[in-house]
Structure formats: C-alpha cells, structure tokens
Design a protein around this ligand. Structure first.
Ligand SMILES: N#Cc1ccc(Nc2nc(N)cc(-n3ccc(CO)n3)n2)cc1
Length: 289
C-alpha cells in the first residue's frame, strides 16, 4: 500500500496554491533514520474535505506512485490522516508545475522542449510496460526538478506527478474541463480509460509545451461554443509549423484509440526529430488562434 506518516512529524510552511480538490503547501517532515533526526523538505498535498470515495481515490493515486519508482515519476513518501484532513506527502520538486513555469514567460529552446517531451515519453513507456494507466497527463502535472540551461547544454529534468482523483470519480463538468487532454472515448464512458488514453493526453501535453503553456482551446472556453463540440466535430489542435512534430501530436491524438502509436514508436519519432534545422528556421511557435 503506502507508508503512513505521523501528523506530528509534519510542519506546514507557505501555501503554494491549489489544484482541483487539493491545496498544496511547502512543508517539512522530521523522521528518525538510523538513530539520526532528519528534517526533509516536502510538498504537502491536502485533499479538500469531500465524500469518502474521493479520498479513497486520492490514496489510490498515492499508493500507485509509491509502489513504482522511476527517475521521471514523482516520489511520494506516504500519506497522513488527521481528523478530516487527508494529506499526501511528496518530494518537494524545486521549480513546481511546468504549465506555470512556461506561462511565466521563461524563454526555453526547442531542444529544451524536446527533452521534456522525451522524458515524459520515457515515464509513459515505463507505465505502459507495467500496464499502469495514469489518466491525468498534462503540463500542470509535470514538475520541473531542474531548469536546465540551453546555453550550457544542460537539459531540464521533469517528474510526472500523481494523477490525483481518478477520472471515474469525477463529474461530467470536470471531464469537460479537461478537454483537450482527456481522450474522447473517456468522455463517453470512464470505462474506456486505457493506456491509449495516456497517449492522447501526451499529444495534448506536448502541444502545450511547444506553445509555452498556452491553453490549447482559447476560443472554446466561451459559453456559446461548448468544448464538447471540439470532439463532436473531430477537431484538431492548431498544427505546429514543425510538420514532423505536428504529425506526432496528431498521431497521438487520433480519435481511433487503437491507431495511436506505442510508447516505443513515440520515443523513436521524438529521437528522429532533428532540432538543428528547425531551430534555425523557426525560433517561435504560432500562437493558437
Ligand atoms: N512557486 C513555486 C513552487 C510551487 C511548487 C513547487 N514544488 C512542487 N512539488 C511537488 N511535489 C508538487 C508540486 N505541484 C505543483 C502543482 C501540483 C499539482 O499536481 N503539484 N509542486 C515548487 C515551487
């Protein structure tokens, strides 16, 4: 299952914002190991008080992440329960969520973005080999552990966060909010949540990274055009000028789940993308209309 951590071993520091159903805080965890007292910097993810099967799913997500270990998967130390409070204790990842990092206008190179895509693909490949569905791949669930420095050729380092409350538990409106990350078939029924759904989300996430964290469906967020129409009319995200990248994204976001590429195929295609000529020709991506 997972490790339970004593509430009194935790100390809260500043609030770092909130996800859906959760609030996150910087914090510290003291624990005694081989007779020494250690104080570790942690991320405390508090689940909003909600009905029972919500926290079961929250803990399922924590136990999923603590049962497997991979360099690009977030380390979850355990969970702590204190009265109404359910807290997931995670390793503190230095630069936080990638969507906010990109939105803060940090200019990053094309090869920086490609490194992020490759690292996410290797995390997904690891999950695919273990037949584990993540279910919530998106830039806000990618955490930046190392900024990297394009000029020094130091690559970034990302960690995939826990999936949070499973899609099966979420209401329709939350699923609609996850368009275009959630695969179309999952909108029809969460029973359709398979490994292929993570490929679709991967495509949407790569699009996000190459569009500096811009929201993929600006025009659709308005009321008159419900986001559902995007799927009902088999729309695609605005294509990157980099044809090979646009092809990979569209191949991952195929409306036919079994036409989506395997992770090995995704990795092969990413490795075959030559940044050099592209980087010289187009330094910026088109902003989504
Ligand atoms: N300013 C700032 C700042 C904020 C957060 C971190 N660190 C961190 N560590 C984690 N383990 C998880 C997260 N998350 C952030 C969103 C989510 C939603 O999933 N997680 N952030 C570092 C700096």
């Amino acid at each position: 299952q997972f490790h339970t951590i004593k509430y009194e071993d935790l100390k809260w520091d500043e609030s770092l914002g909130q996800g859906s159903f959760t609030r996150i805080y910087k914090g510290y965890r003291t624990d005694i190991r081989d007779g020494e007292k250690h104080c570790t910097e942690v991320l405390l993810k508090e689940l909003d008080a909600c009905h029972k099967n919500c926290w079961e799913s929250f803990f399922e997500s924590a136990s999923l992440m603590s049962q497997i270990s991979h360099k690009h998967l977030l380390l979850v130390y355990g969970v702590s329960v204190h009265g109404e409070k359910n807290i997931m204790v995670q390793e503190f990842v230095k630069y936080g969520a990638l969507d906010l990092y990109l939105k803060r206008g940090k200019t990053v190179s094309v090869s920086w973005k490609l490194d992020v895509a490759k690292q996410l693909a290797s995390a997904l490949n690891f999950l695919e080999e273990k037949n584990i569905v993540h279910g919530n791949i998106c830039a806000k669930n990618l955490l930046l552990a190392r900024e990297g420095d394009s000029s020094q050729g130091i690559s970034p380092f990302i960690k995939l966060s826990d999936p949070g409350i499973s899609l099966a538990m979420l209401g329709k409106h939350v699923l609609l909010d996850r368009i275009p990350w959630v695969a179309p078939e999952v909108l029809i029924s969460s029973e359709n949540l398979t490994l292929e759904c993570d490929k679709w989300s991967f495509g949407a996430t790569v699009w996000e990274v190459f569009n500096n964290g811009n929201s993929p469906l600006k025009g659709y967020n308005l009321k008159e055009v419900p986001k559902r129409r995007f799927y009902e009319t088999f729309q695609r995200l605005p294509p990157s000028q980099w044809a090979e990248l646009a092809d990979l994204i569209n191949h991952c976001m195929d409306y036919q789940a079994d036409f989506r590429p395997s992770c090995r195929c995704i990795i092969r295609q990413l490795n075959s993308l030559i940044t050099s000529d592209y980087e010289i020709l187009h330094s910026t991506e088109p902003v989504a209309q």
